[in-house]
Design a protein around this ligand. Structure first.
Ligand code: ATP
Ligand code: MG
Ligand code: FE
Length: 332
């Protein structure tokens, strides 16, 4: 089957075509209207989605070398995400499916991040543990099969991607700052500064304390030396990144210990982080984990992951009706 998938949950408008389980095209339009605001402005995101969606879908069909009459289904992200952003993708997908008289498939964005591991080889074996780390979520998920997943732990406040981005903002770096912290961290000493870590119960995370600690640390030091950040940017980034990764890894190790599952995957925007990838590789070598990291193009938001998830649902005959509405806080 050929399926067109649409993703519009946040600030990327994306479309992808999958044919018999193989990704044929993957188009992402990233919105740059938010840069000058230092974060996503929901109303501007919806408007940009409206402008981008038709050209993005056309390009996805073109690159896949198929016409819309060849489509067997249309898939779309139902949630979680921004209500107005989701609404654009869902309204478009519903009318497109109706017009073509093909079934509609709803996809959970967080499950899709995880299912990006099934686009290319090597694929994890079930059951596996996935650390999903993105701009809005931080979860440890037990993945039982393609469509059955259980959240073992998650953040009680900020997401780790948010912690990266907010730290970057305090350092005067442009949005989204996560990739820039990653870049400067590679040239810095991760032990230059230490930040207090507060432990949370079980497999849940908390990142709000560390955010405040970083704020005070920077305020104190710039009071003493105005040039503190400029002079020590690499070391500051390396230390912040080390601390955030350490929080993630403590819980991930605990999850492996508690479940006895050594198939470990990471997914979501922060899984692009080079420091996190390196630590996981070390863990694989020393602890015998089998580690899976997605291709860089499938870490941050994209529609190929939505298409992959939709393929599994299509095979099962799991379709949605025209009554489909966005679910901004969608759970598993
Ligand atoms: P969610 O998936 O929870 O709805 P989202 O879709 O906005 O949120 P993604 O697009 O998956 O999130 O990821 C974006 C996040 O990933 C941003 O916070 C960004 O800073 C972070 N990120 C991307 N690359 C890196 C990197 N190399 N190092 C650290 N963080 C990164
Ligand atoms: Mg984004
Ligand atoms: Fe995402």
């Amino acid at each position: 089957p050929y399926i067109l998938a649409i993703e519009s949950s946040c600030d990327e408008t994306a479309a992808s075509v999958i044919g018999n389980g193989k990704i044929l095209s993957n188009i992402v339009a990233t919105q740059d209207v938010h840069i000058k605001y230092g974060g996503i402005v929901p109303e501007l995101a919806s408007r940009a989605h409206q402008q981008n969606i038709i050209p993005v879908v056309n390009q996805a069909l073109l690159n896949a070398n198929i016409t819309k009459s060849m489509l067997n289904a249309v898939a779309v992200t139902k949630g979680p995400g921004l209500l107005g952003s989701l609404l654009v993708g869902i309204s478009f997908a519903k009318s497109f499916a109706l017009g073509l008289n093909v079934p509609l498939i709803e996809v959970n964005h967080m499950q899709a991040h995880i299912l990006s591991h099934f686009i290319d080889d090597p694929k994890p074996e079930f059951p596996f543990i996935c650390l999903t780390v993105s701009g809005g979520h931080t979860q440890i998920v037990l993945v039982k099969n393609h469509l059955e997943m259980e959240i073992l732990g998650e953040t009680q406040d900020d997401a780790v991607g948010e912690a990266f981005d907010k730290s970057a903002k305090l350092l005067g770096l442009p949005y989204p700052g996560g990739p820039l912290i990653d870049k400067y961290a590679q040239e810095g000493n991760s032990q230059a500064y230490t930040f207090p870590k507060v432990d949370t119960p079980g497999l849940n995370f908390s990142f709000s304390g560390i955010k405040t600690a970083i704020l005070y640390f920077l305020q104190n030091n710039t009071m003493k030396d105005e040039q503190f950040i400029a002079k020590n940017l690499n070391n500051i980034c390396a230390s912040i990144q080390y601390t955030l990764i350490d929080i993630l890894m403590r819980k991930l190790r605990k999850a492996v210990q508690e479940t006895g599952i050594r198939e470990v995957a990471i997914a979501g925007g922060v899984s692009a982080n080079k420091g996190l990838r390196k630590v996981l590789e070390m863990e694989a070598n020393t602890q015998g984990w089998k580690v899976y990291v997605p291709d860089f193009q499938y870490c941050t938001d994209n529609a190929a992951m939505i298409a992959m998830a939709a393929h599994f649902k299509y095979v099962k005959g799991d379709f949605s009706s025209q009554a489909l509405v966005p679910d901004p806080r969608m759970n598993f």
